[in-house]
Design a protein around this ligand. Structure first.
Ligand SMILES: Nc1nc2c(c(=O)[nH]1)N[C@H]1C(S)=C(S)[C@@H](COP(=O)(O)O)O[C@H]1N2
Ligand SMILES: [Mo]
Length: 317
């Protein structure tokens, strides 16, 4: 089944005119900013607190990053509403510091960390990963973070630990869509929960992300910390995490509870498995017109396919 969706253009989508202006701005700004922020496409980035990190070239895409403005105004963060521009408009109510992250469950040394302590303990690096949404659009983002495996080893998982559960903050004062009577469609059972199998969580590509584009993570992108799992659909990459729990059973995840036929536990990017309402064979890179073919495991098959050897990925989507 291949359903062509009507294009839903927003002010963030590129037109010939904006392409032209981006190029002019880029040329004008290149000398001033490119030396400081290599790889950043546009000069218009609102300044957040800087966060320096050397790029891990071996684990980075060679493609140019999506414009910062698009990556921070076209978001999914249902705690602020269901529209792509809700997070950018409303995320100022989130208070990302001070912020504690509890790491516990089936571990020998459970611990609660302050987010800045975590950053000191695990010097971040920059990795350019594409985030791909089930809705079949993608963005290339220079994320800053450290491997989740390093944090998990620190708390020493027990032999019973088989999965990792991530829980987003529950606080209606900071997240308007968690309020009773919030105007609009609110389908998810708060708090937002996601999960990975332990071997997926330990994979060196799985990143605890604390920044992007050379600065601390903007609120709408999941401040102060989120995960980014580059071979999976974007909803696996939970934002604004307060708890990381090692568990024995597959966690009950927010999207799977809301619509199990549409959002499986694994959610590996797979062009051969359609979402029930649309094909996932191609994607639109934000900032481009022509759709591009979607790659198996979002292009990371060489690194991650072995994790799923012998599994039926059509049944375990
Ligand atoms: N807590 C929380 N995390 C979330 C979401 C959400 O609604 N709430 N949306 C997910 C989805 S569907 C996507 S595509 C990515 C979007 O990340 P971005 O806005 O930084 O591009 O975040 C994921 N993490
Ligand atoms: Mo998504």
């Amino acid at each position: 089944m291949l359903i062509r969706r009507a294009p839903r253009f927003t002010s963030n989508d590129v037109t010939d005119e904006t392409l032209y202006w981006n190029r002019r701005e880029w040329i004008a700004a290149a000398a001033a900013t490119l030396a400081l922020l290599p790889g950043e496409g546009a000069a218009a980035a609102p300044a957040g607190p800087p966060l320096k990190a050397a790029r891990n070239e071996g684990l980075s895409l060679k493609e140019p990053p999506t414009k910062f403005d698009a990556a921070t105004t076209y978001n999914n963060f249902y705690e602020f509403g269901v529209n792509k521009d809700d997070p950018a408009r409303l995320a100022h109510t989130l208070r990302p510091r001070p912020w504690a992250v509890q790491v516990d469950g089936l571990v020998h040394t459970p611990k609660t960390f302050d987010v800045d302590e975590l950053i000191r303990l695990h010097p971040p690096e920059e990795r350019v990963y594409a985030l791909r949404c089930v809705e079949a659009w993608s963005m290339v983002i220079p994320w800053i973070g450290f491997p989740l495996g390093a944090l998990l080893r620190r708390v020493e998982p027990t032999g019973q630990a088989k999965y990792v559960e991530f829980t987003t903050l529950l606080d209606p004062n900071q997240f308007p869509a968690q309020r009773r009577g919030f105007f609009g469609f609110s389908s998810l059972d708060w708090p937002y929960v996601e999960g990975l199998r332990l071997d997926e969580a330990m994979h060196p590509l799985t990143l605890v992300t604390v920044g992007m584009y050379g600065q601390v993570l903007p609120n709408q992108n999941g401040a102060p910390l989120r995960v980014v799992v580059p071979w999976k659909y974007g909803f696996k990459s939970a934002k604004s995490i307060v708890r990381i729990r090692l568990v024995a059973e597959e966690p009950k995840t927010a999207w799977n509870k809301a619509a199990a036929q549409e959002y499986g536990f694994y959610s590996n990017v797979n062009p051969e498995v359609s979402h029930p309402r649309w094909s996932q064979a191609t994607e639109r890179r934000i900032g481009e017109f022509r759709r591009r073919p979607t790659l198996m495991f979002n292009g990371y098959a060489d690194q991650v396919a072995h994790l799923y050897a012998g599994m039926n990925l059509k049944a375990l989507y």
